[in-house]
Design a protein around this ligand. Sequence first.
Ligand SMILES: Nc1ncnc2c1ncn2[C@@H]1O[C@H](COP(=O)(O)OP(=O)(O)OP(=O)(O)O)[C@@H](O)[C@H]1O
Length: 308
Amino acid sequence: MKAAVTADNLVKTYGSKKELTEALKGVSFEVERGELFGMIGPDGAGKTSLFRILTTLLLPDKGQAQVDGYDVVDDFKEIRQRVGYMPGRFSLYQDLTVEENLQFFATIFNTTIEENYDLIKDIYEQIEPFRDRKAGKLSGGMKQKLALSCALIHRPSVLFLDEPTTGVDAVSRKEFWDMLRNLKEQGITILVSTPYMDEASLCDRVALIQNGEIMSIDTPEGIISDFENPLVAVKADDMFRLLKDLGEYPDLLDSYAFGEFHHAVLKPETKEQDLKKYLQQQGHVSLVLERVKPNVEDCFIALMKTTA
Ligand SMILES: Nc1ncnc2c1ncn2[C@@H]1O[C@H](COP(=O)(O)OP(=O)(O)OP(=O)(O)O)[C@@H](O)[C@H]1O
């Protein structure tokens, strides 16, 4: 069976020669049917450009892509019937009510709410009590649920969600990922983009994207297992001076602020105790230094440095 999505060397540039932005610099990847696939990268990495190409809203300059077996340029009409797309800024009609929005999306896809209600039931039921409220008057979490219901109402086989959890509170974010897992169980292939590295662990596989290039594609566990060097978390009273002193330690590969700690990547074979002694000699007080397991954000930072 063919993959749900195949991208082969996609290139997209904006602007003219004077001011050229290379949004995608030859992006290739595949998503299997039924996968929950995360495209993870910061603002400006190229995620929106990529999703727009795959949903036939933007033409690539070079390269090819297929969605559900159809070519994104030649077969755009077929693809539009088969994909659901939830853009970063929800594509809701603010002046229409919840129910009118859903009705509208059902009508343009030549279907009815009733026909596919089983697919959206669990999601839509949560906002149904507000079905007469204008979309513009909904909370962020409710808008997100309505936008997802609208993107699903024609029962797409591949669903593209562009930064669906950006600016959404932690509880709604968690609920949203639970909804995605339920949809995956119903056989829908899902591509979701996010700038939140902690959401990587919720995907089957992820691609880490930066500056229009995919740096790595793997399961979240696979990405983490590629991080081979010892990693320590360090904190002390003077965090600013601590980062500076870490930067001067010869057996360190990298150091960066990480929440309430700094993370320090040691050269292989380097002993944490030696680093601790060095920092104590530098006069750091309330020093805490502990070996930690890397997470996807550490891997992203390490890959950024090696591909820069
Ligand atoms: N219409 C456009 N004209 C010029 N430059 C653009 C246009 N759209 C995007 N870009 C630039 O292309 C690059 C990739 O943008 P894109 O929106 O695809 O990335 P992104 O990862 O989705 O980030 P964001 O979350 O900020 O949308 C950025 O440098 C952006 O400024």
